[in-house]
Design a protein. Structure first.
Lengths: 814, 492
């Protein structure tokens, strides 16, 4: 009875609290909008009063207003005028207000250094605060002020903070060094270097992450500093912040190139017959002669490449890019393929909706696929253009496709390309598709004639913008007309039978015959003859081209005449071609267009005065082939420096994938000396409180399961998973864990059979056995729990909740 | 090195700016500069004339990056200097990350302009945390760190929920009183970077959302009245919303339904002990988190038949019908499913083929009179692209687009499953057979994923007792399956 009354009373009490809460909400924060409206009504005078108030709430309102003014870009109130009022609030109790003052300072301190220096003392006081966040933000605020007279103070502070027990603060030191270096650069370099080296020795991945970003930005040349850290960094690679992983990978790639010996490739096919032939990894990707090969790496290189494996699951595209580049620079195509990064590149590309990212990824794929198309051939269909694709993305996809064409997929690709060409409104896309189609044509004669026919029929049926038409004509010219005489003759029939073709199409075809004259002269004079009667009915562009065709034919005719070595001069009046030319020139002299009249006079003067050499130079100049088509053609892959920019690649992508040279003269002694012997880490974690959480040891549950495997080959493969999962598992294993479990053997003896299996499986592990064994007992224990009864030691914790509200749920533990 | 960051709406009017130094330009100045140097940076996706740019140099060593957030319909601009020899991915990803961070911080599905304006102070502080010396601030980009430094201000609904809950608990456990739940010690150092250690929630909950987006292109074969897939991808995303106290670990078993997920990308907290995402193991980050992204390649999977429809909706059409061959018919088949009551926002975009008409007209005229005036011909061609007229329609309404030969068949917001909508239309004043160029489909449905993937079970383990206060309540509040369409097109 008493109990129930008590309950009612407490319910009432809480009801009261609700009402109070609700009232408080209603008055102060009912909607942020009303607060904003209030904030906007603060006049400049009021703002000054608020900032100088003794009431912390009013100060906060004032600061919020200041920040809003800065963020909204309003120019009605000059925020700088409140400098003194704002800065003195650095001593506020409220950390948010302090933070806002710091933001203000970071932007305006340079404008008024003297006033800004007033705040320094207060900031310095908070540098020894108990809370690590506070120390960190003080450090950040101090280094954010770009006042030269303050730099010595900052430097002094950094020297102290570099040994701070909190990783957050030490990480902040790296960024402060970066700021100092950017401001002062050379002058402080000598003082900053030891600080950075101290940070590089840190055991905490967070600190290493910041330090690496700094290292990459400021001292990327001093790769020798990484000697002692190389192995540790490889070990903690997947624990680093994903925003530092890419910098780390880039640095380690340069490191490997400089300090590690070049891998050796061994021919695997001949290994049975005595001494296998071995070569060093070639300078260019995919230049290994052997169909099947093994690679012998320096153990440290293997370590590095292995550390990249878990990153294939990274969500950060930069990491995927950097890792791919690492494999591109350091490994063979086979290793690259096996690592799964080509797939990760495609997946990231397909998944992302960030056009900037997609474009960089596609450019990388374009470079890689041009060097080794087999990396991406399985994903060919992923490069088909989707309706929502941005034009540049679509063009990059088509260029990649042109690298992937082979006998098996050419049919599908050609179908797609035809669809894009005939339906797309975007001329850039159509031109790229046409060039890609030309590459398809180079695959075989059958496809060549098919594509040429298609182009010709397509050309006559649709009206096209000039740029597109130019590309068509170019493509047809590229497709070796000599072999497809029939198609060319068909083209001339088109010219005759259809008078309604657009002017630019007719002009294009006529120009094409002028070019064909170089390879197949015989058919051309007849075409010219047929064109002359209708000269005056043609459009201006076509008339222009007919004139040009006539001039070209004459020039060829003169050349062939002179080659026969006749003593006589070429007689213009008596040769057929000469007469044809004269007829065209005569017609052109009465043309309505200045341009055509001028050209006619120009050509005539060349021929009449006998300057045939100049005419040859002018009219028979070789034309460059369409860029994309020629650079992908198999014949032109000799040069190491392909002109990527003309393919539409950004300079920095290109620079990023430039092959770094291997260092050929690594001293032999270095192997015995072992310059990469790990240096002692600075571990600050012993200052921390250690905790032991059962839940984290459970990370190894499934390892227990997978390692019990009947098949030996399977065992090997599962071991690979184990090693990959072993690295992150370390993350949660704290210092005390080993000691904690060191007195566990009593339990182990209970089920020795299982234990043996695990040990043998981990014994097969070459390198990571030490790390996996350490946590083996734990995993094994947990797996037993999970499998037999789901938690005998933790009844209440066993929160195996399953959903019944949806269809796919089932009971978890019986 | 970043110099300034700006958030604008899709029309490029400034909403928020974060200037890193005293010399950073105001957005108005920058905008003027962009307008003169590279106006296409400002153009939007639907502009046809110049493709929109996402990166350009405004001056020597000054580059500007743009990211358009589709969820929030906001543009993020970043002015940066000192580009090194790396691809620009990092900056773009960072802008995307900022967008996601804001969403996570405010715990919203969409960020409105008002929300940003009302929270200038908070957003400025978030930016201050995320950017350090003009670089992404490594180590403090996790949303739990941000939340710890800048505590979230709960809004009215959350306040009421919280209080109601406190009341409930007070009633159940009278002796403890209302204020007994205050945390006794605050341990500042966390054991994993993505989770704070001293979390306490009045009600422990975990939600799972699986969202799949379909990108498929079909080629229609009219002779066989069937469609064949040209290319297909399903992009899936597993999101977890966790509000759990203490340091729990979660095991998640996913039924992959025979699909192979190639190289999925995982949040850093996730471990895949079996090398496949069918079972995951993680310490959940606090609040919303994108746990897993996967891609199902429908081209490579031999189990997927090229003719089988993906998702619930399949479309077949016929054209060139009627006496004058100027009619077409579109059949939609929405399959029945017990777990899906209806399809939302179904829309079909129909595009007719303009070139066929032109071509055939040319054919005929070439035969008739060769010397016809080209101008007259021009006029004729323009007349051809008539409006689409609906003859019969079972569901929804039809909208003609401003572009000739295009239209949209818009359904009601909810269309029941199992229905077979049909539309028959014709082109007004068409003299020639009408052909459909392509039909684009877009819809959303909840309750079933096109890949058939589902959550099998979820286990939460925790050293502390999670359900001490509400024993009868479930921790796991259920899973939500959402299917959306990205590029869904049927071509002739």
């Amino acid at each position: 009875m008493v109990d129930s009354i008590y309950r009612i009373a407490s319910a009432l009490e809480s009801a009261k609290v609700i009402t109070m809460d609700a009232a408080a909400i209603a008055t102060s924060k009912l909607g942020e909008t009303s607060y904003t409206t209030y904030s906007k009504t603060i006049t400049p005078e009021q703002l000054s009063n608020l900032l100088n108030s003794r009431n912390p709430r009013e100060i906060k309102d004032g600061m919020k207003r200041i920040i809003s003014l800065m963020a909204s870009g309003e120019t009605t109130v000059d925020v700088e005028l409140y400098f003194a009022d704002v800065v003195k609030n650095i001593i506020s109790e409220d950390s948010n207000v302090r933070l806002m003052v710091c933001i203000y300072l970071s932007r305006y301190a340079e404008r008024d250094p003297n006033l800004a220096l007033l705040s320094v003392n207060s900031i310095q006081k908070t540098l020894s605060d108990v809370d690590s966040e506070t120390r960190r933000f003080s450090l950040k605020a101090l280094s954010d002020m770009k006042i030269p007279s303050l730099f010595p103070v900052v430097l002094y502070t950094l020297k102290k903070a570099v040994t701070d027990p909190s990783a957050v603060v030490r990480g902040e030191v790296a960024f402060s060094i970066l700021k100092l270096y950017r401001e002062e650069g050379e002058e402080l370099e000598e003082e900053l270097k030891p600080l950075l080296r101290a940070l590089l020795c840190d055991a905490d991945p967070l600190v290493v992450s910041s330090a690496i970003v700094l290292f990459k930005k400021c001292f990327p040349q001093n790769l020798d500093w990484l000697h002692g850290h190389f192995r540790y960094y490889c070990e903690i690679m997947s624990e680093l912040d994903s925003w530092a992983q890419d910098s780390m990978i880039d640095l380690l790639v340069s490191y490997c190139k400089r300090f590690l010996p070049r891998p050796t490739v061994i021919d695997a096919t001949t290994s049975t017959e005595g001494v296998p032939s071995a070569v060093l990894l070639p300078d260019r990707f995919n230049e290994i002669q052997f169909p099947v090969y093994d690679v012998i790496n320096h153990p440290d290189m293997t370590l590095f490449l292995q550390s990249l494996e878990p990153l294939v699951h990274s969500m950060n595209p930069s990491v995927i890019l950097s890792s791919s580049n690492a494999f591109y620079q350091l490994a063979t195509p086979m290793q690259f393929k096996k690592s799964g990064f080509p797939q990760a590149l495609v997946r990231t590309c397909v998944f992302s909706d960030n056009v900037g990212v997609i474009s960089s990824l596609l450019q990388t794929i374009l470079i890689l696929s041009s060097l080794d198309s087999s990396l991406f051939i399985p994903y060919t269909r992923k490069f088909f253009v989707l309706p929502s694709d941005d034009t540049r993305v679509a063009c990059l996809k088509l260029k990649i496709l042109s690298n992937l064409i082979n006998e098996f997929n050419v049919k599908v690709i050609v179908e797609q390309l035809k669809y894009y060409i005939s339906t797309s409104q975007r001329s850039e896309l159509v031109i790229t598709a046409a060039n890609t189609l030309a590459v398809c044509g180079q695959l075989s004669i059958r496809w060549e004639s098919h594509i040429m026919k298609w182009f010709i029929s397509h050309m006559e049926t649709s009206r096209l913008p000039n740029a597109v038409l130019d590309s068509y004509v170019n493509v047809i010219r590229l497709l070796n007309p000599k072999r497809h005489l029939k198609t060319i003759i068909q083209l001339s029939e088109v010219l005759e039978s259809r008078k309604l073709l657009a002017d630019n199409v007719r002009a294009g075809i006529v120009w094409l015959f002028g070019e064909i004259a170089a390879v197949e002269y015989r058919i051309c004079p007849d075409i010219l003859r047929k064109l002359i009667p209708n000269f005056s009915f043609e459009g201006p562009e076509t008339r222009n081209q007919i004139l040009l065709l006539a001039a070209k034919l004459l020039s060829y005719d003169i050349d062939s005449f002179r080659e026969h070595g006749d003593v006589n001069e070429y007689d213009l009046d008596n040769s057929r071609i000469g007469q044809l030319y004269k007829a065209v020139a005569y017609l052109s002299e009465f043309d309505g267009s200045y341009d055509i009249r001028d050209r006619a006079r120009c050509y005539s003067s060349l021929f009449l005065t006998g300057k045939f050499e100049i005419a040859t130079l002018l009219l028979q100049a070789p034309k460059p082939s369409p860029v994309a088509a020629s650079m992908w053609s198999p014949s032109s892959d000799g040069e190491p420096n392909v002109n990527w920019e003309s393919v539409g690649l950004d300079k920095n992508v290109q620079e990023f994938h430039r092959m770094l040279p291997w260092n050929e003269n690594i001293s032999e002694i270095s192997d015995e000396d072992d310059i990469r012997r790990p240096v002692t880490l600075k571990d600050y974690s012993r200052y921390k409180k250690s905790f032991s959480s059962e839940s984290f040891t459970g990370k190894n549950i499934s390892r227990g399961i997978t390692s019990v495997s009947p098949n030996n080959s399977q065992l090997r493969s599962t071991n690979e998973h184990m090693t990959t999962s072993a690295v992150p598992a370390k993350k949660y294993r704290l210092q005390s864990l080993e000691e904690f479990f060191s007195d566990i053997p009593a339990k182990q003896t209970n089920k020795p059979r299982r234990k043996i299996v695990i040990q043998s499986s981990s014994g097969e592990d070459d390198e990571d056995s030490s790390s996996s064994v350490e946590s083996e007992e734990v995993g094994y224990e947990r797996s037993e729990d999970a499998h037999e009864n789901g938690g005998e030691d933790e009844e209440g914790d066993e929160d195996s909740d399953d959903s019944n509200d949806d269809n796919n749920s089932s009971k978890s533990f019986g | 090195m970043f110099i300034a960051l700006y958030i604008t709406d899709s029309k490029n009017s400034l909403i928020f700016q974060y200037l890193l130094g005293s010399n950073s330009p105001l957005f108005s100045h920058l905008l003027a500069r962009i307008r003169t140097v590279c106006p296409s940076l400002l153009s939007r996706d639907d502009d046809n004339d110049s493709p929109p740019l996402f990166h350009c140099c405004v001056a020597k060593d000054l580059e500007i990056y743009k990211y358009h957030s589709q969820v929030n319909n906001l543009n993020y601009y970043c002015l940066a200097s000192g580009a090194d020899s790396r691809p620009q991915t990092e900056t773009f990803t960072f802008l995307q990350l900022l967008d996601q961070t804001l969403l996570k911080y405010f715990d919203k599905d969409q960020l409105t302009v008002n929300k940003i304006i009302n929270n200038y102070d908070r957003i400025t502080m978030i930016f201050y945390m995320c950017i350090n010396s003009g670089e992404p601030c490594v180590g403090s980009l996790n949303s739990n760190r941000i939340k710890r430094v800048i505590p979230i201000k709960s809004d009215l609904s959350k306040m009421i929920n919280h209080t109601a809950h406190t009341l409930q608990r007070a009633v159940r456990q009278p002796r403890q009183g209302i204020l007994a739940s205050t945390s006794e010690n605050l341990e500042t150092e966390e054991m994993v970077p993505w989770r704070s250690s001293n979390l306490k929630y009045p009600s422990d909950e975990i939600y799972v959302d699986i969202i799949e987006t379909i990108h498929v292109i079909y080629q229609a074969h009219h002779r066989h009245k069937s469609v064949q897939m040209v290319t297909g991808t399903i992009n899936g995303q597993v999101n977890v919303k966790s509000y759990l106290s203490g340091n729990p670990t979660v095991e998640m078993d996913i039924d992959l339904a025979g699909n192979e997920l190639y190289a999925p990308s995982l949040h850093e907290c996730v471990e895949m002990p079996q090398g496949s995402p069918s079972s995951l193991y993680f310490i959940p980050p606090d609040g919303i988190c994108n746990l897993l992204n996967y891609t199902i390649d429908l081209d490579m999977n031999p189990k997927v038949k090229a003719t089988r429809p993906v998702g619930l909706v399949s479309v077949v059409y016929k054209d060139g019908l009627g006496l004058n061959h100027d009619e077409f018919e579109i059949h939609v088949n929405i399959s029945n499913s017990p777990s899906v009551p209806h399809i939302q926002d179904l829309k079909l975009q129909i595009e007719l083929q303009p070139r066929i008409q032109e071509l055939e007209e040319q054919e005929q005229e070439a035969q008739r009179d060769a010397e016809m005036d080209p101008e007259v011909k021009e006029e004729r061609n323009q007349l051809e692209d008539g409006k689409i007229k609906v003859l019969r329609n079972t569901h929804g309404r039809f909208d003609n687009s401003v572009h000739p030969g295009k239209g949209t068949w818009i359904f009601d917001s909810n269309t029941p499953v199992g229905s077979l909508p049909m539309l028959r239309g014709c082109v007004e004043d068409a003299k020639h057979p009408v052909r459909i160029k392509c039909v684009g489909v877009s819809y959303t449905n909840e309750g079933l994923l096109p890949s058939g993937i589902g959550l099998r079970r979820i286990n939460v383990r925790s050293p502390t007792n999670l359900r001490e206060n509400n024993r009868d309540k479930r921790l796991f509040k259920g899973v939500k399956y959402v299917c959306r369409t990205g590029d869904f097109e049927i071509r002739s």
